[in-house]
Design a protein. Structure first.
Lengths: 167, 489, 535
């Protein structure tokens, strides 16, 4: 199973296996059998690898593991590459924002030529007594905002258009 | 006047530190806590914890009417301000006086005087103490730039209302002087609500040496020797020590007596610190006087054996100084390391996080004044300093060795701290030889933040094996398939 | 269980000669497999790159758990068809591990003829889905196919086990609550559209993936409507308008990450429990198989020496060791799984047939899977044996074997001739997997025997017409027949035709069986029941 580990800004994709008797960490430049044994004190372990035993203190945070080793403290970021990739919006490349339902434009936050970042509010619409903020589907530049506040629109009307991305 | 109940109008390590001494003196103690604030060590040991409100935690700790009202409400007869926050706020002192509550510190007049860098400097200069060549904007704003220019470069621009290094700018070339002055105006306005400036000759490779003084307000002033505070990042101290490796015994006496003289000149009451710029040629100039307890006061306590907070409380209670100058020794060597939640490799960007594991060093000659607890949270609401590690040794070399050992065994997991960086400073040969200046950290930035031995394999192995989800996922692969590994037919 | 005592002398000349011959064969075999998997004309590689598609092998790497095995089926399928231009029959199939779960994988290889379905492609996919059905394995379909290869449509489309069977099997899988996911990384046109639509989950990769019953050219021809691929059946349309697609993925990486996430949601079904033991590697070196298998196929060898290099700890509990000795029966563990093994040590006589039938009933009774190691030239012929009822005893063996409810696995280790193939669970007898070793042969009879028989018929016919043939003329008749037969019985012919699930390096047999047995335990084992034994 894979993990991307980030140490001091560098990423390495690794995977861990267990051959029935021991764990093996497979790194981009080689594999090492390894074993982590708790020694009693909170977060205290001995890491056995490469014929050496390393005493360390360790704490697992939600996104990083903090390790105190040889008098220094390190932060190791952890990402499951599947989570990172699977979490991506399917339409990262979408150029158009289509009306999810008919409604009225309440306000428009950007104008053509504006640079926008993914998630930035572009306009607010009202439909079925609910206000919805529509956000940029990706980073880009606004090409067209066809409606102004007060305009009504139909289902699947193009509410915002970004300039197409360079391939 | 007697003090029986003390409110500590501060937080973090200093609140806990003051409470300990106050309790040892038999006082009832109270501390403050903002709703958004984590429970710290002071909250555990104080007799009483009073909740305070404010739009931000910092705003609450700066809220004079609320704190004065709190002191009255809980019948505190004295307030210890710690450092920072309201510790040098003359208005606060005045408000307490009006409410009949004793302020543990100097009079509002002295605070007022020393709080205005320009007036303080003029006062000191007039009494014959050394100050660096300077120009004050207020003297004649129209000629300020011209007068600055005549001091000769390099120059240091400072906000008159400033402190702590904020808004200070070094100018090396005449061409940039005017734009730098404009920027400093804006920054002064933004940080202190006061854009007034003054300019002084910038001393190349200066050292920062300060002297701890204590007065009883009755004309008696003693000093508790000097502290060397040249190890600064972005104008803020992170390692302090005493004695200073730069001073000869004669120079030490001279600088300490100068400091005591300045304090005497204002009939100083309480604990204060006189800061000097110390030039490589041995000349020193008055920089400013801090009318409060300093962060780094513990190193002084370690070599003198005095509890400075106890002295403060004695003086506030009208009991006077406990010692004459001759009774104040300077024994051995002490070093303080400020443990901060910050990323030394990313321009000291403050770090936040949950403290997942805390294990402080302990042993002979090691003192930790901590403001954090295990499973606490480090936020950007307050200063990034988490705690202070203070060591004492028979001599400087042994103190450094002890400090390195202690900082290496200071385990704080969950938030990025500067422990590794502090250790790198201690390991630097120039630090060992004492050949440093306030620019040392900037000059040696590359060396001090250079990555150490590559232990990434160990780190990744430890991170992988302690990742329960990863281990579970691996162990859910049927054992036979795991054992076959990446077999292909 | 006792360890088999090996009598192999690894310093003996014949051992060394065998070892050299097998090594030579394996060199060729591995080279052919490598070529079938990886060697492609540059233009096909370029085309995939241009289409922004990953190759099928990279896709598998993204799908499978790292550091886990993949049992690939029939890598050399179609190696003797289509002038060898359709390596692997343009599809990769096998059993692998995704999120710790055993899954069957069907992945089109678009680097071969755009992943078009040839007759052998269909056969290979249907076989994979049969494996999934028999073993209750979830299926991951990786779709990227140009569609049926039209010039050979009669071999792809109409018959019972052709194209329609792919979809029929998908329906049966769904009916049996076996989940399927399809990752659409290319076009799924016409029938191909049903692979993702009959799957429980599907993911369409934006830009490259598309699903439609008729592609743009066909639409234009049929109705005159002009429509682009994306509008007609692209990821956005299907996932937001038609609901034909479930998830759209921005990239291949995204698609496979999503697929892994989906697979991780699937319920793990409890596996069938059989007797197991802790793993133990064979005591004897597996590679010694190379020196044990004779370089001359006709040379007899002791199958126990083979078993000693495949089963756990080389331990074997032999059943009826002194009766029917040409049929070696007994219990062993493979990767911890208890199995009943039937291995040929010569021709099948009456007693060896009866012993086999009895042993298989034992295994069914206590739910022990069966593993057959074939080296069989047939049942004994001759008056004496017919009088003893060899056909009747053979029938008992077939009844016991064919009526077995436990999973069966077959390794054609050397010869597989005649009715012996049937008794020893040949292809027709539903072995869950069936593998051949590279030197093994399969046919109604041996090549020499068959060629001689055919040549004799011809020669006698010519003689009846009054022609006297010289030795040279006889050879001219016999040799081409012999050559054809020799080729027809080769493992490469078998594997090309998908009469097996692939050729195995003998040293890989243990793992292939371990993977097969483990997969089989996803399906329940029925209570034993048989037809009528002719007693």
């Amino acid at each position: 199973m894979r993990r991307i580990f980030m140490i001091a800004g560098h990423e390495a994709e690794c995977w861990l296996t267990h051959d029935g008797s021991r764990f093996v960490l497979n790194m981009p430049d080689g594999a090492v059998p390894c074993q982590l044994v708790p020694t009693g004190a909170p977060g205290a372990y001995v890491l056995r690898t490469g014929g050496r035993a390393h005493e360390l203190r360790l704490a697992v945070g939600p996104e990083s593991t903090f390790i105190h080793l040889n008098g220094s403290t390190f932060e190791v970021g952890r990402v499951n590459p599947d989570d990172r990739l699977a979490g991506r919006e399917g339409t990262a490349g979408g150029d158009r924002l289509l009306a999810p339902m008919p409604g009225v434009v309440v306000s428009v936050a950007v104008k053509p030529g504006d640079a926008v970042t993914e998630g930035q509010p572009l306009l607010v619409i009202e439909s079925m007594k609910l206000e919805t903020t529509l956000t940029a589907p990706r980073d880009g530049v606004v090409a067209e905002m066809p409606f102004t506040a007060g305009d009504s629109f139909g289902l699947k009307a193009v509410l915002a258009q970004l300039t197409p991305q360079e391939e | 006047m007697t003090i029986s109940k003390l409110l500590v109008a501060n937080r973090g390590e200093i609140a806990a530190r003051v409470v300990r001494t106050a309790k040892a003196r038999g006082l009832a103690t109270a501390v403050l806590r903002h709703v958004a604030e984590q429970e710290g060590p002071a909250h555990l040991i104080a007799d009483e914890v009073v909740m305070i409100d404010g739009p931000t935690p910092v705003a609450a700790y700066l809220d004079i009417p609320q704190i004065v009202a709190t002191a009255k409400k809980i019948d505190a007869d004295a307030v210890h301000p710690g450092y920072g926050f309201l510790s040098e706020n003359a208005g606060f002192v005045a408000a307490l006086e009006e409410a009949g509550v004793t302020f543990v510190g100097p009079t509002s007049e002295v605070i007022d005087l020393m709080g205005d860098k320009v007036r303080a400097r003029a006062f000191v200069e007039k009494r014959g103490f050394p100050v660096a060549p300077s120009a004050i904007e207020d003297d004649d704003p129209a000629t300020f730039v011209e007068r600055a220019r005549t001091l000769g470069y390099p120059l240091l621009i400072k906000p008159s209302a400033g402190g702590g290094g904020k808004g200070m700018r070094i100018v090396r070339e005449d061409s940039t002087l005017e734009t730098e002055i404009e920027t400093a105006h804006r920054e002064g306005q933004r940080y202190f609500g006061d854009g007034r400036l003054f300019v002084e000759r910038y001393i190349e490779r200066p050292r920062h040496i300060e002297v701890q003084v204590m007065g009883d307000g009755q004309g008696n002033v003693v000093h508790f020797w000097e502290r060397e505070c040249s190890i600064q990042r972005r104008f803020q101290k992170i390692i302090e020590e005493t004695p200073s490796p730069a001073l000869s015994p004669e120079q030490r006496d001279e600088i300490c007596e100068t400091a005591a003289g300045i304090a005497r000149a204002v009939n100083y009451r309480g604990a204060g610190t006189v800061e000097f710029i110390y030039a490589q040629d041995g000349a020193f100039y008055f920089l400013e006087m801090n009318t409060r307890l300093q962060v780094e006061h513990p190193v002084t306590e370690m070599v003198t054996g005095f509890d400075l907070v106890a002295e403060q409380l004695r003086i506030a209670a009208g009991e006077g100084l406990s010692a004459a100058q001759a009774d104040i020794p300077q024994t051995g060597h002490s070093i303080e390391l400020r443990i901060c939640a910050e990323d030394a490799t990313a321009d000291f960007r403050p770090a936040i996080g949950d403290i997942l594991l805390l294990d402080e060093p302990h042993g002979e000659g090691i003192r930790v004044d901590s403001g954090i607890r295990d499973s606490g949270k480090v936020t950007t609401d307050f200063d990034p300093m988490l705690s202070k590690l203070i060591v004492h040794g028979p001599d400087r070399a042994q103190a450094i060795a002890r400090a390195r050992n202690a900082v290496q065994n200071y385990v704080i997991l969950g938030v990025t701290t500067n422990t590794g960086y502090l250790d790198a400073i201690l390991a630097h040969p120039d630090f060992a030889s004492g050949d440093v200046s306030t620019g040392f950290l900037a000059e040696q930035a590359d060396v001090l933040t250079a990555p150490g031995e590559d232990v990434s394999t160990l780190l990744m192995a430890a991170a992988a094996l302690s990742d329960q989800r990863l281990v579970t996922d691996v162990m859910q692969i049927p054992e036979m398939h795991r054992k076959m590994g990446g077999w292909r037919n | 269980m006792r360890r088999i005592e090996s009598h192999i002398d690894t310093n003996a000349a014949d051992y060394k000669a065998n070892f050299a011959a097998m090594s030579e064969r394996l060199k060729e075999f591995h080279a052919r497999q490598h070529a079938a998997r990886f060697e492609r004309p540059q233009r096909d590689i370029d085309r995939l790159a241009r289409q922004n598609k990953l190759g099928v092998r990279e896709r598998l790497k993204l799908l499978l758990d790292p550091g886990t095995p993949f049992l690939e089926f029939s890598t050399l399928a179609a190696c003797r068809e289509y002038d060898g231009a359709v390596p692997g029959a343009a599809v990769v199939t096998g059993i692998g591990i995704v999120q710790g779960r055993e899954v069957a994988i069907h992945a089109n290889d678009a680097s071969v003829k755009g992943g078009a379905w040839y007759p052998h492609t269909v056969k290979k996919i249907v076989r994979l889905l049969d494996v999934a059905l028999e073993n209750h394995l979830p299926v991951v379909h990786i779709c990227d196919s140009a569609g049926g290869f039209l010039p050979l449509q009669h071999g792809v489309f109409p018959d019972r086990y052709l194209g329609g069977r792919v979809f029929r099997n998908q329906v049966k899988l769904s009916q049996a609550s076996i989940p399927q996911i399809a990752i659409v990384g290319g076009h799924c046109t016409a029938g191909g559209a049903y692979v993702p639509t009959l799957s429980d989950y599907n993911i369409i990769i934006e830009g490259t993936g598309a699903i439609f019953l008729g592609g743009p050219p066909l639409v234009k021809a049929a109705t005159g409507e002009e429509v682009g691929v994306q509008e007609l059946g692209g990821a956005v349309m299907h996932t937001s308008v038609s609901g034909t697609g479930d998830y759209r993925a921005a990239t291949e990486l995204h698609a496979f990450a999503l697929a892994r996430e989906i697979v991780s949601q699937w319920k793990r079904m409890p596996k069938t429990i059989i007797e197991t033991a802790a793993f133990e590697d064979p005591y004897y070196d597996t590679k010694e198989l190379y020196g044990i298998i004779p370089k001359d196929r006709k040379t007899q060898f002791d199958m126990r020496e083979v078993l000693a290099r495949i089963v756990d700890g080389s331990r074997f509990h032999e059943y009826q060791p002194d009766y029917g000795t040409t049929m070696v029966c007994g219990f062993a563990h493979i990767w911890g799984f208890k199995v009943g093994i039937l291995a040929n040590n010569g021709v099948l006589f009456n007693d060896s047939s009866l012993k086999a039938a009895h042993f298989m009933q034992l295994c069914n009774q206590n739910r022990t899977p069966l593993v057959f190691f074939q080296n069989i030239t047939g049942y004994m012929v001759g008056r004496e044996y017919e009088e003893r009822g060899i056909a009747k005893d053979g029938a008992k063996m077939l009844m016991a074997q064919g009526g077995s409810v436990v999973p069966k696995f077959t390794v054609i280790a050397n010869a597989s001739y005649g009715a012996g193939n049937y008794g020893m669970c040949g292809r027709a007898w539903d072995a869950r997997t069936l593998f051949m070793w590279p030197q093994a042969e399969i046919g109604v009879m041996g090549a020499d025997q068959a060629a001689n028989t055919m040549a004799d018929v011809k020669i006698r016919q010519l003689e009846r017409e009054g022609k006297q043939l010289t030795e040279v003329e006889i050879a001219a008749i016999r040799d081409p027949v012999l050559e054809k037969f020799r080729r027809d019985v080769e493992a490469y012919t078998s594997t090309s035709e998908l009469w097996d699930d692939g050729i195995l390096d003998p040293a890989d047999t243990r793992n292939a069986l371990g993977m097969s047995i483990s997969a089989a335990l996803n399906a329940p084992i029925d209570d034993p029941h048989y037809g009528i034994f002719r007693l």
